[in-house]
Design a protein around this ligand. Structure first.
Ligand code: HEM
Length: 403
């Protein structure tokens, strides 16, 4: 590959997979645009990066998320995603209990109720945007429930989370966007602080109260760490799960046999979800920075280099997934890296899988086919997150099944 690949170019955004295949073949660790990041496209080197936070650290990303125009702190950088050992381990131990099996068991009936009522509201034999009618409101309701936020705020979640993840990409001259981002951060922080205050006064059986109670070796989370974590959950748990659900519907459109098979064998839904995650991972890249000069995949990276682990490429690496570019829910073997690996492995992975399973069970209990709608689908403009921002579909009812 002669000129550097630009991950933001329209051709790459439209279909990155052939470009990723070329990188894996010819330049598995090489510089790309934007920012001359070092793209890591093969599974083996991606594991090396994600397993070695002492060589590839996360805290360097905080500067990208706090540009000077922000004029205020960004609460998300006080969260574990931007931390390295030993702080990361201390904080992760404190917040992990909010995601343990009993917390998920507590949520499961609520998620099932949300999924069932959203499916009930979908039109029979009619056209609808699957993202706004199902794939977005399901995780929004779950996150709202998890964070104890007022349901009237759900409609703002998408804007908050979009604005938060776009902080690093707002052009210096786009003052209107900067104002909007600042406003979103103010609103988010304000509502998270209100919830914390409320649970301090009146603890409940919920995640926020668990976090306030959490203690490891006498230490508790600070107010900044609590707000940072809640803000991370909102942005990390919303759009990702939305894209997973929307991609599942897209597979139903493109491979109608899959939907029929899952209706006949609902026990295969978890395997289907794993393959959707592998095939179109919602988080397409994650970034680290080198702490010293490092040799990786035949390339020499200087100290301070930005490293982009291309999860979308890694999950299609033929060395791990023989038919990587084909959707095949019977694909055996290696675990995909869609939830990351190592110390930052996604804390919400089991929750996302649960939401997707309960959501799809409810959907398949009522509908026997998903067909493409009339309007064209639209893709999210983000570089880090790849997925559908709208997916017009036509749903047809099948024999009713009990979810
Ligand atoms: C399909 C849905 C999801 C996907 C694909 C996903 C993906 C990821 C990935 C790739 C990472 C690691 C990032 C890195 O190494 O830099 C991560 C971390 C994280 N995710 Fe998720 N995520 C999903 C859903 C969720 C949900 C539902 C929540 C919680 C509500 C959540 C909370 C987190 C947290 C707290 C971290 C940081 C963990 C740490 O730094 O130790 N995620 N996620």
């Amino acid at each position: 590959m002669s000129a550097r690949l630009n991950l933001l170019s329209p051709e790459v955004r439209a279909n990155p997979y052939p470009f990723f295949a070329e990188l894996r073949r010819t330049a598995p660790v090489s510089q790309v645009e934007p920012a001359g990041m070092w793209a890591v496209s093969r599974y083996a080197e991606a594991l090396t990066v994600l397993k070695n936070p002492q060589l590839f650290f996360s805290a360097g990303m905080a500067a990208l998320m706090t540009p000077p125009w922000l004029g205020r702190g960004n609460p998300s950088v006080n969260s574990i995603l931007f931390m390295d050992p030993p702080q990361h381990g201390r904080l992760r131990a404190l917040v992990s209990r909010a995601f343990n099996a009993s917390a998920l068991n507590r949520l499961e009936p609520r998620i099932r109720d949300f999924a069932t009522s959203l499916v009930k509201a979908l039109p029979a034999d009619g056209g609808v945007d699957f993202v706004s009618a199902f794939a977005l409101p399901l995780p929004a309701s779950v996150i709202g429930e998890l964070l104890g936020l007022d349901p009237s705020l759900h409609s703002r979640f998408k804007r908050w989370s979009n604005d938060l993840v776009s902080v690093s990409a707002v052009p210096p001259e786009d003052v209107a966007m900067q104002t909007r981002v600042r406003q979103s951060l103010d609103e988010m922080e304000h509502h998270m602080k209100e919830v914390l205050e409320d649970r301090r006064r009146q603890p409940r059986e919920d995640m926020v109260s668990d976090l306030l109670r959490a203690q490891v070796e006498g230490e508790r989370l600070t107010e900044e760490e609590l707000v940072g974590f809640l803000v991370l959950l909102l942005s990390g748990g919303l759009e990702t799960t939305m894209h997973l659900l929307a991609q599942a519907a897209r597979v139903f459109i493109e491979e109608p046999g899959v939907l029929a098979r899952l209706r006949a064998e609902p026990s295969r839904i978890p395997a289907f979800i794993e393959e959707v995650l592998r095939y179109e991972p919602p988080i397409h890249l994650t970034i680290r920075q080198t702490t010293q000069e490092v040799e990786l995949g035949g390339a020499r990276l200087p100290k301070g280099a930005l490293v982009a682990v291309l999860l979308g490429s890694v999950n299609h690496d033929e060395a791990q997934f023989p038919q990587g570019d084909r959707f095949d829910m019977d694909q055996p073997g290696t675990q995909n890296l869609s939830f990351g690996h190592g110390i930052h492995f996604c804390l919400g992975a089991q929750l996302a899988r649960l939401e997707a399973r309960l959501g799809l069970e409810a959907l398949l209990a009522r509908f026997g086919s998903v067909e493409r709608g009339e309007a064209p689908e639209e893709w999210s403009p983000s570089m880090m997150v790849r997925g559908l921002s709208s997916l017009p579909v036509r749903l047809r009812e099948g024999d009713q099944k009990t979810p």
